[in-house]
Design a protein around this ligand. Structure first.
Ligand code: PMP
Length: 351
């Protein structure tokens, strides 16, 4: 080992789902199967490329203003970043700066652990119960901050707002981050509690309900004080996080509320039908409130099924980690994609 090795910041990175470049039925990374709002394509076509000479607006004002308008908050309550991964990473860096451990569920978005390790933040995982639900009392103890997704990933289980509020209320000496990447497919958002609790940050994304994973836009909404701390950290890291195209497309996507709502309706409808199909095939599905379903079959090995699906051009997600080794996570695609999935599974089970 070279002497300099000991000074290198080593980290076991997050492993993103596969992005195969050939045509497959892609149900593995919770993308939206429908295109973004039609105005987005138009804005992109009409983008003034002469302006690419210039740096983008570091404050991201048009986008923070559009989001503020949409969510009925002030622009100084909104922070945007390169996907919610960027926003969440900034939140870890900014708000989790204690000797005490940050708390999050044992089965959850696996990036949390990676950021904690990258930034040397102590953390402690709280076990979900047998039904993969959050045990709120586990978060009623001394800690350096709390983060959890609602709905949770990869379980897709949504906790009602009163459970979320109980956790926020019990933790007013630390920052609580509610990661709402999938909330548009679920129920009430913790945004309702922003004015009531000054320790709360809600993080959302354009990658799911707004069909723009490829544009990389995420945002945090909170009170102006916490948003200022986030901006201070951002300007100490990279002033120009959002490129001009992402800013323009983001604004356009937020404007089209009707398209957004219709897209959500279609996914929920397909999801509810997919749950029924899966249970007819003998799968046990957790009660999904997201754009994906976490499912297991008591008679078929999940890893083998995942591999057989992949060999046949149908990509779902499988982890094989503790407690979830028999589960697959299936993103809700178009109805046609789901039909192809079920047809394959039906054949697979005949073998
Ligand atoms: N939070 C959760 C719970 C997620 O599942 C994801 C998607 N992988 C993200 C955040 C990040 O999404 P994005 O960076 O695309 O906004």
């Amino acid at each position: 080992m070279k002497a300099f090795e000991k000074n290198i910041r080593k980290v076991e990175p997050y492993v993103p789902g596969e992005q195969p470049q050939n045509k497959v039925i892609k149900l593995n990374t919770n993308e939206n199967p429908y295109p973004p709002a039609p105005g987005v394509a138009k804005v992109l076509r009409e983008l003034d490329t002469d302006r690419f000479r210039l740096y983008p607006d570091p404050t991201c004002a048009p986008l923070t203003e559009a989001l503020a308008d949409f969510y009925h908050v002030n622009p100084d309550q909104v922070f945007v970043g390169v996907g919610s991964d960027d926003v969440l990473s900034m939140c870890f860096l900014t708000f989790f700066n204690s000797e005490k451990p940050v708390l999050f569920p044992d089965i959850t978005y696996s990036f949390y652990k990676v950021w904690a390790e990258l930034y040397r933040i102590p953390y402690e995982c709280q076990k979900l119960d047998e039904g993969f639900r959050v045990v709120k009392e586990d978060y009623f103890k001394e800690n350096g901050g709390v983060i959890f997704p609602n709905p949770n990933a990869p379980t897709a289980i949504y906790e009602e707002l009163h459970v979320v509020e109980d956790i926020i209320r019990a933790n007013q000496d630390v920052i609580v981050i509610v990661d709402e990447a999938y909330v548009d497919f679920a129920g009430r958002s913790a945004l309702e509690l922003i004015d009531k609790y000054d320790n709360l940050i809600v993080v959302q994304t354009f990658s799911k309900a707004r069909s723009m994973a490829g544009m990389r836009i995420g945002y945090a909404i909170s009170n102006p004080t916490l948003i200022k701390y986030l901006n201070d950290a951002k300007y100490s890291f990279n002033s120009y996080t959002m490129n001009q195209a992402a800013l323009a497309c983001g604004v356009e996507a937020v404007k089209d509320k009707a398209y957004f709502e219709e897209g959500i309706r279609k996914i929920i409808q397909t999801r509810e039908w997919a749950k029924e199909e899966l249970s007819q095939l003998g799968f046990c599905c957790l009660d999904s409130s997201a754009n994906f379903i976490f499912a297991m079959h008591p008679e078929y090995d999940a890893k083998e099924m995942f591999e057989a699906l992949k060999k046949n051009g149908i990509y779902v997600r499988y982890w094989g980690s503790e407690r979830i080794e028999q589960y697959m996570r299936i993103t809700i695609g178009t109805r046609e994609e789901m039909v192809a999935l079920f047809a394959f599974l039906r054949e697979y089970m005949k073998r």
